[in-house]
Design a protein around this ligand. Structure first.
Ligand code: C5P
Length: 237
């Protein structure tokens, strides 16, 4: 597979064309950003860890029948994925209150919900990724009500796989964000990444944070925490 011209550069990744029309080449960067890009840093090794963790998680999800854009790992910070058109929604699943829901609705951090909840945010940097209702999604023409139901169902199915997977590693999956895209046949696939940048992961018993909140809250130890996640998932660094 040949790396072609750069198609896009985001906050955490660069995307390149390949010599195969339906496959693109993703390079994970070491950039860390938070609060809609207001806080920035370069963290050595972060791109590599997120690439490796995402690859492992997408493979484990595939074993449970959840299809994603992932094709193969090609180096420590690069992977090949199927070319999809990203649906401009950030789909968030929450098992336990933390982050923005704690702030917005007054839940104490760590409060478990009776059942997982799903939220949709508009993937739009200029607007600061606002929370959307189903009617907003409809008037913005982002997805049909049927597609929205499908996205919700898929997000909960992914949660049903990830909660026990992390649970077996003595880690609580507090919440996570996914993005989905459509392939050239209009088929909806899990895309982007699933990593400690896009999940909240707390060690069971101690509630030690092993995710991007270490960066958001200036707690330090991010590379060590992400390495620990990768190793607990069965990787070896
Ligand atoms: O900030 P908030 O509590 O809404 O985040 C919920 C989950 O979604 C967290 O795991 C966070 O890391 C993830 N997220 C993300 N990218 C965003 C917003 C949230 O990965 N732009």
């Amino acid at each position: 597979m040949k790396k072609g011209k750069q198609l896009y550069e985001g906050k955490a990744k660069r995307i390149f064309a390949t010599d195969q029309e339906d496959v693109v080449w993703i390079e994970y960067k070491n950039s860390a950003t938070a609060f809609n890009g207001e806080k920035k840093a370069e963290i050595d090794g972060k791109g590599r860890l997120n690439n490796l963790i995402t690859g492992l998680l997408f493979q484990k999800l595939a074993e449970k029948g959840i299809e994603s854009h992932f094709v193969e790992q090609i180096s420590e910070n690069e992977q090949l994925v199927k070319h999809v058109k990203i649906i401009p929604l950030e789909v968030v699943v929450r098992n336990i209150a933390a982050g923005s829901i704690a702030k917005r609705l007054g839940f104490e951090e760590g409060t478990a919900f009776k059942e997982p909840i799903v939220e949709f945010y508009y993937k739009n940097d200029e607007l600061g990724d606002p929370l959307l209702t189903e009617d907003h999604v409809k008037i913005l023409d982002i997805a049909t009500p049927e597609e929205l139901q499908l996205l919700k169902k898929e997000a909960l199915r992914i949660n049903d796989v990830l909660v026990p997977l992390f649970g077996d590693m003595d880690i609580e999956l507090i919440d996570f964000k996914i993005e989905l895209g459509k392939d050239k046949n209009g088929h909806i696939l899990l895309a982007d990444e699933i990593s400690p940048d896009t999940c909240r992961l707390w060690e069971k018993g101690t509630n030690r944070k092993l995710d991007k909140d270490l960066f958001r809250r200036d707690l330090g130890g991010l590379t060590e925490a992400y390495t620990e996640i990768y190793n607990r998932l069965g990787g070896t660094i």
